[in-house]
Design a protein around this ligand. Structure first.
Ligand code: ZN
Length: 75
């Protein structure tokens, strides 16, 4: 198992990541993505930025629904 990528910055969760692949502008250069092909770093749309920031803030929000439903069952 090798875990050397995404040290501190997992791809896809950076609000300012590439529009197509989510990678940071720094070190992006040219990348290939199946649906896009070769591309250079492109700024994400405002919608993408918002969605990413929201996803970052609460990945799944485990403290709410899970707990209350579990407590209900236990009671
Ligand atoms: Zn990209």
């Amino acid at each position: 198992m090798t875990r050397q990528d995404g040290a501190g910055s997992p791809v896809g969760t950076t609000p300012n990541g590439c529009r197509w692949c989510g990678a940071l502008e720094r070190g992006h250069y040219r990348r290939w993505k199946p649906s896009v092909g070769w591309h250079q770093w492109t700024p994400p749309t405002d919608e993408q930025r918002k969605a990413r920031m929201l996803a970052r803030r609460s990945p799944t929000d485990p403290g709410r629904g899970g707990l209350s439903s579990a407590a209900r069952r236990a009671a």
